[in-house]
Structure formats: C-alpha cells, structure tokens
Ligand binder design. Structure first.
Ligand SMILES: [Zn+2]
Length: 332
C-alpha cells in the first residue's frame, strides 16, 4: 500500500517521503520546486536548540544570535555528503566577540558564544551584537582530507547578510536565506520558557548553468567601463519574491508543519520534499579527552590549575564539569 499525501500537490515518490501533517522539530527538510529550478532546505528547531541555549543561560539577545548561527549551520552543514564536520565561527569587535557552532555529521550540534556583559545594552539587534570582523566556515573531512575554509567579512550586517555575501562571492550560486529565532512562553506543566527557531535556504540551480550567472561588481575596472548587466532569470526573481514573504512567526510556529509552510509558499508551482535529517544537541567532550588535553600542558601550567586541592575543567560547549585530583591531572 502506498501512503497518500494529504496534499495532492505535494508529490511523493522515492526517495521522498510522505509529507508529515504534524509539525516535527529538530529536523532539516530538503525540498525542490522543479518548475522553477529551485532547491532548498527548511530547518525547524525546538528541543535541540533549547537544550544548547539553556545550558548556558545567555542573556536573551545573545541566545538569539547564537540560535541564528545554529540555524544557519544546520542549513549548510546538513548538505555534507560525507562523514565530517562543518564549523561556523565569527570573530568580531562587537559585544559578542566570538561564537562557534560545531556540526558533526550526520546530526550532532554543539555551540557557544563569548560576550562582554558590560557592553550589552538595551535594543541591540544581532548585527549590533556582532559588530565588524569576519565569519569563517570550515569543512573538515578528517585527517586524510584537505580542510576547506570560506571566509566572509561581517561589516555591520547580520548572519543572513553574511550568508548571502558568501554565496555570491565564493559559491556564485544565487541564494536566499531566512532565519528566525524566538522564545516561547507556556503556562501549565513543564518549562515555562523555550527557545524555538526556523530557517530556510533557497537556491537557484538551473540545468543550464548560464542562466544562474550574474556579473559581479566590476571592482577594479576603470571608471566608466561598461558593466555587462545580465537581467536576473524570471524563475529566480519569483523564487526570491516567494521566500521574502515568509514571516518569522511562520518559521518558528510550533503548530505549523514544515510541509504546510512549503505548500503555503510554493503550491502554485508544485513542491517536492525529500527525506528529512534529524538534528540533536550533543557534545563530543569526555573525561578522557579532557585528561589528554591536560597532559599536553607544561607541568608548571598544570600545577597552576590546582584550586582548592583539585583541577576543575568546564566544557565551554556544554558546560559539563570535569574534576581531577592533582595526581590525576599529573601534578607532582
Ligand atoms: Zn562538552
């Protein structure tokens, strides 16, 4: 028996799956709008995001910014087709001077941010928290493979802006990204406050490569040199206008399934969804790894780590605390 799609316009054929009528959290859902040569990914994050952000007890604007970085990482990292890691980092001069999201395929995410509490002020948005600096994206496929790193300047914009800049300069794939992070307040039993997030990546990938090409800014070309303007392809114009209608609340809404949202946007053109990838909050730290890290310090540095008769190491990613006796930490 084949499963029937509740929406006849969402086509279902292997390796795609039947659209879920109920919302599913902590998943990345790949999709395709074939008639417009669009491919995309939709991320909905609930418990995994809440787990990461709650462990740190960040001030809300910092949590929101780190949540945005986590959403962007799931959209990009879930594209890895091999075992490996995708690491997104920012280094900037704003109140949040450093943040890192570490995605390990197929599904593990961990993240943390460093910030200067004294520089946090009312009304700062994510762009203001970041300030200026750069965003680095690293793909690491293990010891035998070359690391790939893409760098993009952060010049007073937010992570959506940085992603657009990256795809324009480095990948030269027409791309739009939407990211939304919110806090949900509940009554009744259980936690009152939860973080939720959603994001969408949309790319124009026509079979005829020439249709995707746009000339970059002439840069150092002599002044007055003719700029070869290529009009944007109609399909991509339509794709951009559709994704621009997505509201933050739709990306976050716990009662709206990913498929419903995609159908809302693309039903006139037909949209296909593929097998989703689940995401979970999971750190890779361990007592053994921390012990090995300690053994790599000089003996006198180790001795200086002894406080109140023990060495205490806290994992920056997940806030796990590891305690060692001086002897275990290799202190004479
Ligand atoms: Zn950890």
């Amino acid at each position: 028996m084949t499963e029937q799609s509740p929406d006849p316009k969402i086509h279902v054929a292997p390796p795609e799956r039947a659209p879920s009528p109920v919302p599913v959290d902590d998943e990345v859902l790949p999709f395709e709008v074939g008639s417009l040569d669009l491919r995309g990914r939709l991320t909905r994050l609930g418990p995994a995001l809440d787990d990461i952000l709650t462990k740190h007890d960040y001030p809300a604007p910092v949590g929101k910014l780190l949540g945005e970085a986590i959403v962007l990482t799931t959209l990009l990292g879930s594209q890895l087709k091999f075992d490996g890691r995708f690491i997104l980092q920012t280094q900037t001069d704003g109140p949040v001077s450093f943040l890192i999201v570490d995605f390990q395929s197929p599904d593990r995410i961990r993240a943390y941010a460093r910030f200067d509490k004294s520089r946090l002020a009312e009304g700062q948005d994510s762009a203001a928290l970041l300030g200026r600096g750069h965003l680095a994206m690293t793909i690491d496929q293990g010891a035998d493979m070359k690391r790939y790193q893409g760098l993009v300047a952060l010049e007073g914009g937010d992570l959506e802006d940085a992603a657009h800049e990256y795809f324009l300069r480095s990948e030269q794939i027409p791309t739009k990204v939407r990211i939304a992070v919110g806090e949900e307040w509940r009554g009744g039993e259980g936690p009152k406050h939860r973080w939720r997030a959603g994001g969408m990546l949309l790319q124009f990938l026509p079979k005829a490569a020439a249709r995707a090409q746009r000339d970059l800014h002439p840069g150092d070309a002599p002044e007055g040199a003719a700029v070869n303007e290529v009009p944007e392809d109609d399909a991509w114009v339509e794709g951009q206008s559709l994704i621009s209608t997505v509201e933050d609340i739709e990306l976050i809404d716990p009662d709206l399934s990913g498929e419903r949202l995609l159908y809302r946007l693309f039903h006139e053109r037909g949209v296909r969804v593929f097998a989703p990838q689940s995401m979970r909050a999971k750190c890779s730290c361990s007592r053994e790894a921390v012990s090995t890290m300690l053994s790599n310090f000089e003996a006198n540095d180790r001795a200086e780590m002894v406080k109140d008769g023990k060495v205490v190491v806290t994992c920056e990613f997940c806030s796990s605390v590891y305690e060692f006796t001086p002897a275990e930490a290799g202190v004479e």
